[in-house]
Ligand binder design. Structure first.
Ligand code: ADP
Ligand code: MG
Length: 346
């Protein structure tokens, strides 16, 4: 994945996971009243991560956190488009027509990416890498891309130019120069695997935070939901606090990462349908049952207009979102019909 945040503009990006302190709330005498908490922060995937576990004893909690970090590192190794030796790095160098067999994890993420590309009408597209690179280069040169360069790049973009064969888990590009970028989805999948690893290692509950995208496993001791702060996009402090159990929360938006050309900010999220940076790129926070879904749809909703996103989200089961745009003086928001269930008064 991309190290998903290549440059960290804000510590912990747009979200800030507020894990409560140790378990003192034992008045309920439930089976979690004996929980031990262990948390650790590390730099990984080009950003900051924090993993917290509650387990019957401290050693188990610590082992669970280590196991979660191992999974995060695995996904990074497999799916980063940065490193030439990752699976994605290899795919991006293979000649058109050639098949490359990839790991079950990478294959699954590619399959899901294709489904979301289809469902979003191409607003999400895992073949966006040539476009992302074109605009990044334009930012470095401080010059808009030539129309010819843009048109040429578009020839290499389009999820239908990739063929996935579930029989042998192979991937082939049908057009030379097609390149994959899983930066909008792999971090979310990594959250899912890390949360699963926490559970497998004996954690009762936990929180995985990678660059502000979060998976909240179970609830905190005392059956209290995990509290996740949504950072205010235009000023210091929180905009909302969410209360979630077994949910992932992901945020996308122009505020975090962008290219500057002639003093104008361009989103790091591209609209693969036009080849241009996403125009409005509101800050979008998505709550979903799993990280992959939350991450990818947050990217989709940064590409679509708020109205388009609102129209689409109501047919997506268990996916809720809040859009924030405008400016510090005139903040505008919209939310899906079920988002309010996650918002706590505070
Ligand atoms: P962040 O990395 O800040 O959390 P996102 O989750 O929205 O933000 O992912 C943005 C990344 O997704 C980009 O850096 C790029 O690697 C990739 N990307 C950009 N535009 C698209 C798109 N339209 N579809 C799929 N992936 C995209
Ligand atoms: Mg995303």
């Amino acid at each position: 994945m991309t190290p998903v945040i290549r440059r960290v503009y804000l510590p912990f990006a747009l979200m800030l996971a507020a894990a409560a302190g140790a378990c003192r709330d034992s008045a309920r005498h439930d089976d979690r009243s004996e929980s031990a908490r262990y948390a650790q922060s590390r730099e990984i995937m080009g950003t900051f991560a924090e993993v917290t576990a509650f387990a019957p004893d401290r050693d188990t909690a610590q082992r669970a956190v280590e196991a979660a970090y191992d999974r995060l590192a695995d996904v990074n190794r497999q799916m980063s488009d940065y490193s030439d030796d990752s699976e994605i790095g290899r795919l991006n160098r293979q000649p058109a027509g050639e098949k490359t067999v990839v790991s079950p994890e990478t294959f699954l993420v590619l399959q899901r990416a294709m489904e979301i590309a289809e469902a979003s009408g191409g607003a999400f597209d895992p073949t966006c890498r040539p476009l992302v690179q074109l605009w990044k280069h334009a930012g470095k040169e401080n010059r808009l891309p030539e129309p010819e360069a843009l048109a040429d790049t578009m020839q290499h973009v389009g999820w239908r130019k990739v063929t996935l064969d579930p029989q042998d888990r192979s991937v082939a590009m049908t057009v030379q120069g097609v390149q994959i970028d899983l930066g909008g989805i792999a971090k979310g999948y990594a959250l899912d695997l890390a949360a699963e690893a926490l559970k497998q290692a004996g954690a009762q509950s936990g929180l995985v935070n990678v660059g502000g995208d979060v998976f909240a496993l179970g609830s905190q001791p005392g059956d209290r939901p995990w509290r996740i702060g949504m950072k205010h996009p235009f000023q210091p402090g929180l905009f909302r606090t969410l209360a979630v159990r077994d949910r992932a929360v992901a945020t996308s938006g122009v505020q975090q990462r962008f290219n500057v050309i002639d003093g104008k900010r361009y989103s790091h999220i591209v609209d693969p349908r036009t080849g241009r940076p996403a125009e409005q790129a509101p800050a979008v926070t998505v709550v979903a049952p799993d990280g992959l879904t939350a991450d990818a749809w947050a990217t989709v909703f940064s590409v679509l207009t708020v109205e388009e996103g609102q129209a689409m989200i109501e047919s997506l089961p268990e996916i809720e979102a809040m859009w924030i745009w405008g400016s510090a003086d005139a903040v505008q928001t919209a939310e899906s019909s079920g988002f309010a269930q996650y918002v706590t008064a505070e």
